[in-house]
Write a protein that binds this ligand. Structure first.
Ligand SMILES: Nc1ncnc2c1ncn2[C@@H]1O[C@H](COP(=O)(O)OP(=O)(O)OP(=O)(O)O)[C@@H](O)[C@H]1O
Ligand SMILES: [Mg+2]
Length: 292
């Protein structure tokens, strides 16, 4: 079963959340009684436009709280933009989109079910039983869990559980795989193995992948292009400050000298604003080479 690998587009996406204003120095109980208190709109994302090719691997980097998960949720229809839209395969995403599968930092497996049964939960509805069994068998093999198929989540390591979770996400052969820091909770060595596994999976079933990560090296190892989200001085909300094509074919040598300059540039973009000052969590520098 080969993956459809849909192209994905963000068209002028903005997301504003309503948050209740709390006037400084006033206690919550006072605020509740205060008829003037109201929901204040807080822009989190603005002007996000990006075209992602079918089968492309995109890494999304940015400071904590800049809206990476929100953007991913919008792509999968788990959240709706306040303006603009996300499109998959040319049609607008409205509501939870069956063309996407989502993977999270925690495996979120059902503890009373075996790994195989957890993976089977991701199969599309109405799939023939035999075809479903065959799909689970293939996925177990793909993520190296054939021998552990009957074990329960508490009987396996964090890395194995995360592999099962990836397999469950793949079970219905999604055209778009949305991964929100999928390896963030794993130890360093397991994390590297999972990165290699993700590339193997992508070769075997080349879905379009949007990967949110905090790890510049992970982005450099896996992505065709790296999108940096951040704020610009004086403007509320995050936007795309750079899109960088990684100029080396995969598989890539870890810590490659060729990518050292790019790594430094991305780290700069994550840590220093355009005036060269150290900044707080939500600020980031606009780096050049914007090609989105
Ligand atoms: N449902 C919501 N209601 C109100 N505010 C929200 C909601 N979802 C997200 N936010 C706010 O939007 C901002 C961006 O959140 P988001 O989770 O997208 O950030 P992030 O870049 O993924 O951060 P992290 O790297 O820490 O995971 C945060 O300030 C968060 O509080
Ligand atoms: Mg997040």
């Amino acid at each position: 079963m080969s993956s459809p690998a849909f192209h994905v587009e963000f068209s002028d996406v903005a997301r504003t959340f309503a948050t209740t204003a709390r006037p400084s120095g006033r206690r919550t109980s006072d605020r509740r009684r205060d008829p003037v208190s109201r929901a204040e709109p807080r822009p989190v994302l603005r002007d996000v436009s990006l075209r992602i090719r079918g089968g492309e691997v995109i890494a999304i980097l940015g400071p904590s709280g800049c809206g990476k998960s929100t953007l991913l949720r919008i792509a999968g229809g788990l959240d709706a933009p306040s303006r603009g839209r996300a499109l998959i395969d040319g049609s607008a995403v409205s509501g939870v989109d069956a063309r996407c599968a989502v993977g999270f930092q925690e495996p979120r497996l059902l503890p009373w079910r075996s790994l195989a049964d957890n993976i089977a939960l991701g199969l599309p509805r109405g799939l023939d039983k035999e075809a479903g069994r065959e799909r689970v068998r293939r996925l177990l093999e793909l993520v190296g869990l054939t021998a552990s198929a009957a074990l329960r989540p508490r009987e396996v390591s964090g890395g194995m559980a995360q592999r099962a979770s990836l397999a469950r996400a793949l079970a219905r052969n999604p055209g778009v795989l949305l991964l929100d820091e999928p390896f963030g909770a794993l130890d360093a060595l397991t994390r590297l193995r999972m990165q290699d596994l993700l590339l193997d999976i992508h070769t075997a079933e080349p879905a379009t992948i949007l990967l949110v990560t905090h790890d510049v090296d992970e982005a450099l190892q896996l992505a065709d292009r790296i999108v940096l989200l951040g704020t610009e001085a004086g403007r509320p909300g995050s936007t795309i400050v750079s899109v960088t094509t990684v100029p080396v074919e995969r598989p890539r040598e870890r810590g490659s000298v060729e990518l050292a300059g790019l790594r430094a540039e991305l780290l700069d973009g994550l840590g220093i604003d355009r005036h060269g000052r150290a900044h707080g969590e939500q600020r980031t520098e606009a780096v050049p080479a914007s090609t989105h």
